[in-house]
Ligand binder design. Structure first.
Ligand code: NDP
Ligand code: 2IT
Length: 462
């Protein structure tokens, strides 16, 4: 069977994964997934690393592991009808892409944002497979969401939407099957509504979602985990450069879940965040961002970042989110959205003396930006590794749910720190073993891919 499959693959032609084969492979990915540019981008980045692995591990090439990985195990798209506060019927589209269950149940967040379409969910789900493999916990990869925009909606509208979304999603998920969580536009409020409807429809109280409230199955530190984990990861990068956070100027894009808790941890470790943003623009506060003000505006009032300057007189608001990368800094933590740092922004960061970049968002740097950072000697922590603390802590939430107990804050935080250090070591070790010393992009791809690939090989052609 494997021989038969291989007859149309690279092994049959006697070539492991040459540049020519890689180009043909990418052409096929593009032809089979037309218009999904973010997905193409995510696959192309991993393909470079797979080329190295296939040369060392021809049995993976023969089993066409990567060719299988780029095809999601299952893709679900569904209608989400709901009624707004004016009594009008609204229709959105829902997605859940179950990418890989090779090493555990599908796991990954839900994104509610008007820009969501299949290509966004597929790039996120694809990345999630490798990220989750790096966490050292047994979780497969998936992602979902909707083009619904929670901004400007009432709590009741959000509730009706979430209930309708779950009316279809519930039949595809389960604590041992697929465990969604939050992402852009999905936080504690949305997880609550989604969980409530799942419970009602199935008459079960299980760990089917993560990011739950602390009184009903949630884990301490899950809220903080992505931001904290990002800073723990970058601490390792800095340590290897003989640096730490003390007195360092830091720019954090976004002002959502990841950005807020990254900022909190940077301040705790002695760094100074001087700029944050949302899709409307960015704020600069050279005295150091006052996080209580940001949290009030964003977490309590669900307001806009421009309101920060009403409370902090010395601060400035500048319209247009792209400009944030012109603010000089030692360390940049892009934590808003995909492709927010392009080549021009990367060059500006380098010129202004930026020494390290840690990706809090998923795929925030374009391929050109990554090349510029790496060619300029800027330490670069890729999203799959650097932001894996969120999903890792989701896995810790699943563990606690299975055991029906709750660990203390310090215990979860300790485990998160151990996991982030372990991920860093996996990346540096894999990079070293494949002659790419110090290249954490290659290291993360190689370590994540290898773990999933070995599981797929053991399980046969399924
Ligand atoms: P939130 O919804 O809490 O915050 C998102 C922030 O990014 C907001 O400030 C938002 O501004 C800004 N933003 C979103 N889209 C755009 C855009 N197109 N242009 C400019 N700014 C934008 O999301 P999270 O903090 O949870 O997620 C941020 C990033 O981190 C995403 O890439 C997500 O995939 C990634 N991530 C999240 C994890 C988690 O556990 N939550 C885990 C790992 C990665 P505005 O309010 O104006 O839209
Ligand atoms: O991108 C991500 O890793 C997340 N949004 C978190 C997913 C999760 O299941 O906690």
């Amino acid at each position: 069977m494997i021989e038969e499959v291989a007859s149309s693959g690279p092994a049959a032609a006697g070539e492991a994964f040459t540049d020519r084969y890689r180009d043909e492979f990418m052409a096929q990915v593009k032809a089979k997934n037309p218009g999904e540019v973010e997905f193409h981008q995510a696959v192309a980045e991993v393909a470079e690393s797979v080329q190295l692995i296939y040369q060392k591990r021809p049995e993976l090439a023969k089993a066409r592991i990567f060719e299988r990985m780029v095809e999601p195990e299952r893709q679900i798209m569904f209608r989400v009808p709901w009624v707004d506060d004016q009594g009008r019927v609204q229709i959105n589209r829902g997605f859940r892409v179950e990418f890989s269950s090779a090493i555990g149940p599908y796991k990954g967040g839900l994104r509610f944002h008007p820009s969501v379409y299949l290509g966004i969910i597929k790039f996120l789900g694809f990345e999630q497979v490798f990220k989750n493999a790096l966490t050292t916990t047994p979780i497969g990869g998936g992602k979902g969401g909707s083009d619904f925009d929670p901004k400007g909606k009432s709590d009741n509208e959000v509730m009706r939407f979430c209930h309708s979304f779950m009316n279809e999603l519930f039949r595809h998920i389960g604590p041992d099957t697929d465990v969604p969580a939050g992402d852009i536009g999905v936080g504690g409020r949305e997880i609550g509504f989604l969980f409530g409807q799942y419970k009602k429809l199935t008459n079960t109280f299980t760990g089917v979602l993560t990011g739950k409230g602390l009184g009903w199955g949630g884990s301490l530190v899950r809220t903080e985990a992505t931001g904290y984990g990002l800073v723990y990861f970058v601490s390792q990068m800095l340590q290897d450069m003989g640096m730490d956070w003390k007195g360092r100027k830091v720019v954090v894009s976004g002002s959502g879940n990841v950005a807020i808790y990254a900022t909190q941890k940077v301040h705790e470790l002695g760094g100074k965040v001087v700029a944050m943003s949302d899709s409307g623009g960015y704020i600069v506060d050279e005295a150091g961002i006052d996080l209580d003000t940001v949290r009030r505006i964003k977490e309590v009032e669900r307001g806009r970042i421009r309101e920060y300057v009403d409370a902090r007189r010395g601060a400035q608001f500048i319209e247009g989110w792209e400009g944030i990368w012109t603010v000089p800094c030692d360390i940049a933590l892009p934590s808003a959205t995909q492709n927010e740092i392009d080549g021009k922004a990367a060059r500006t960061l380098v010129t202004n003396g930026c020494k390290a970049v840690g990706e809090g968002a998923n795929m925030p740097s374009t391929p050109e930006a990554i090349d510029i950072f790496q060619d300029s000697g800027v330490a670069f922590g890729p999203a799959k590794a650097a932001n894996a603390g969120g999903v890792a802590t989701s896995a810790l939430e699943m563990m606690q749910n299975s055991m029906r107990l709750s660990w203390h804050f310090d215990e979860v935080d300790r485990r998160l720190r151990v996991i982030m250090n372990d991920i860093y070591k996996q990346c540096t070790d894999a990079a070293e073993a494949f002659g790419k010393s110090g290249n954490l992009v290659a290291g993360a791809n190689i370590a994540g891919f290898t773990k999933v690939a070995d599981a797929m090989l053991a399980q046969g052609v399924v």
